[in-house]
Design a protein. Sequence first.
Length: 152
Amino acid sequence: MPQVTRPPVTPQRLRDLALLRRVRDRIDREYAQPLNVETLARGVHMSAGHLSREFRAAYGESPYSYLMTRRIERAMALLRRGDLSVTEVCFAVGCASLGTFSTRFTELVGVSPSTYRRQTADQISDPPPCATKKATRPVRNREASRPTSPIA
């Protein structure tokens, strides 16, 4: 089996990795904003091509793919809530095209957004009776006022 060699860790490589982490953090934070590779690259003073190559080498996927994955993850959470339409979710997570959103969602999740929403709505049920009983159990005044841990 051939050995995989890593590039030497130089001060420049460490700086590049720090910049790539900034890009990834920005994507995580601003996924709903209109981001593209050129904008992300400009933010860390790299060319778009260099950013894409280095990001892929560091994280195993392109910056665009990482951004779309974050958007789809957030879309899944919004669709599970069930109070927004698929179109509203699409725009809420920063996608400008419903077609691209639906295609990418289906590629990553395995079902269309509307099917996912229907399936997860069917799976949501009431909490088990023991959890309901515990949460709604009345509390005596003495129990409520008793400190839970001694203060030193």
